[in-house]
Design a protein. Structure first.
Lengths: 288, 189
């Protein structure tokens, strides 16, 4: 074995020990995350903390409870854009919202909401389709710092040109500038969009379902999981949906890991929108 | 050396360069080819479709959890990093951009270097930034082989120049000779 290969296998052992510590001390289970991504995040965390090896962080993790937040934040740094993949939002608007309109109250769950970009994109769409006042969006994430940022509704003004372009491509009916107030270098989402959102801590790896949802949106979270955890999360989404409810995954995610068959109908292959099947529900026709 | 994968990184001018290289490969190409190309788009990507026209090999976008197969060309999807897992399967993530890029050539090269070791044949083509240079260092450190496009034959020379400056490039070839060199190295000539 060459020196570099030896170093890599030692590093893998250090990561395994770190994972064990995280699980034994705090109940956070990252064992079912894809290893390659996880390893890069562990290395980034090591550099951020300023130690020379991953194992040096283990005693800190055991004895310093404050350190846990730094670790969780470092291990779930997911960030996204408002209206990322605009066609998906256009599809939700044109094909899914007309069905949601038939419900007197609409419950939506954004699972793994990161810093809230998809939550507010959804809120803007609901507002434009006049559904927001009877909607409640449940936004959850495993990272408490993410949730705080999301709840603040503040994002950097630098992002506005990208978000504006995405918003227009998603069939925006107004001007994107209607949906934030600019102050110094930041933009803040107005209160009427934020008041229909409830933020909660939730860990897809260990927590259970918490309500009957009409739409579950979980985009670019499953790509971080191994097949076993993907299956678990998909079961959780299935159990959390009303009959005929909708599931929207990331454009590079699928139901392949889901061990139950014939439980969902595929509505859009590109947008990865699925409908929960049940004998008394006629599924929608497939769209692009 | 028995290579197990060809990994190609490119950016500006990359589509033309890839088309020229892939014209020379036949259906029986014995190992998978993985392409990381920067694409400045925000919706559907047509890179795989475009490359399919000029290649007899099947070109498709990488799907997470699948293992690359011989006589296929795989492209990294726009706006995701592509990683090679420790079981050889593809994995995708949306972690922050690396040197302003997602997909980042460095990310794929570094993870592929760890998995394939000596069995990796990496190629850096035309491009307008230095992404890929750290990746080339990793490929070399794990015993893999690196080819860089001769910068004078590159539409934009920055990327191959930067890779060559690392001192980790084994071969420098003009665009038109790269396909031949790849075939020679994987013993198909």
């Amino acid at each position: 074995m060459s020196e570099i290969e030896n170093n890599i296998s030692l590093e893998n052992i250090e990561i395994e020990l770190f994972l064990q510590t995280l699980k034994l001390c705090y109940g956070y289970d990252y064992n079912n995350y894809n290893f390659a991504s996880f390893k890069r995040r562990m290395r980034a965390l090591k550099n951020k903390v300023g130690v020379s090896s991953i194992s040096e962080m283990i005693p800190i993790l055991i004895h310093d409870k404050q350190f846990l937040e730094t670790v969780i934040d470092g291990l779930s740094v997911t960030m996204t854009d408002m209206f990322r993949d605009p066609d998906v939002f256009l599809n939700l608007r044109n094909n899914i919202f007309p069905v949601l309109k038939s419900y007197p109250r609409i419950k939506l769950w954004v699972a793994g909401c990161a810093t809230g970009e998809e939550v507010y994109s959804l809120a803007i769409l609901l507002h434009e389709e006049k559904l927001l006042s009877r909607s409640m969006i449940y936004a959850t994430d495993v990272n408490k710092k993410n949730l705080e940022i999301a709840e603040s509704g503040i994002f950097s003004l630098d992002k506005v040109p990208d978000y504006t372009r995405n918003y227009q491509a998603a069939g925006g009916k107004a001007s994107f500038s209607d949906y934030y107030h600019a102050r110094y270098s930041n933009a803040i989402i107005p209160e009427y969009l934020r008041e229909r959102v409830v933020f909660n801590h939730h860990n897809l790896a260990v927590d259970t379902c918490f309500g009957e949802m009409h739409l579950v949106m979980c985009r670019n979270v499953l790509i971080y999981f191994n097949t076993e955890l993907q299956n678990k999360a998909l079961n959780l989404f299935y159990d959390s949906l009303v009959r005929g409810g909708f599931l929207c995954l990331g454009t590079k995610e699928s139901l392949r890991a889901f061990t139950q068959t014939d439980k969902f109908s595929t509505l859009s292959n590109y947008s990865r929108i699925y409908q929960k099947l049940s004998p008394d529900v006629i599924p929608l026709k497939e769209f692009d | 050396m028995d290579y197990q994968a060809v990994l190609i990184g490119c950016s500006a001018g990359g589509v033309n360069a890839l088309q020229i290289i892939f014209q020379s490969f036949l259906e029986d190409f014995p190992i998978p080819i993985i392409v990381v190309s920067h694409q400045n788009i925000h919706g559907k990507s047509f890179l795989a479709d475009v490359l399919n026209y000029s290649s007899t090999l099947d070109v498709c976008e990488c799907e997470e959890k699948t293992v690359p197969m011989a006589n296929h060309i795989y492209t990294a999807p726009a706006n995701y990093h592509l990683l090679i897992e420790n079981n050889g399967s593809f994995s995708l993530n949306i972690d922050p951009k690396v040197s302003f890029c997602r997909p980042s050539i460095d990310v794929t090269f570094e993870t592929a270097a760890e998995y394939y070791g000596q069995a990796l044949l990496a190629v850096i083509l035309t491009g307008a930034n230095s992404d890929g240079s750290n990746g080339v260092r990793a490929v070399k450190a794990f015993g893999g082989t690196v080819i860089a496009q001769e910068p004078l034959t590159a539409e934009v020379a920055t990327m191959p120049e930067s890779a060559i400056q690392t001192g980790c490039v084994d071969y420098i070839y003009p665009l038109n000779d790269i396909a031949g060199k790849i075939l020679e190295l994987i013993n198909k000539v």
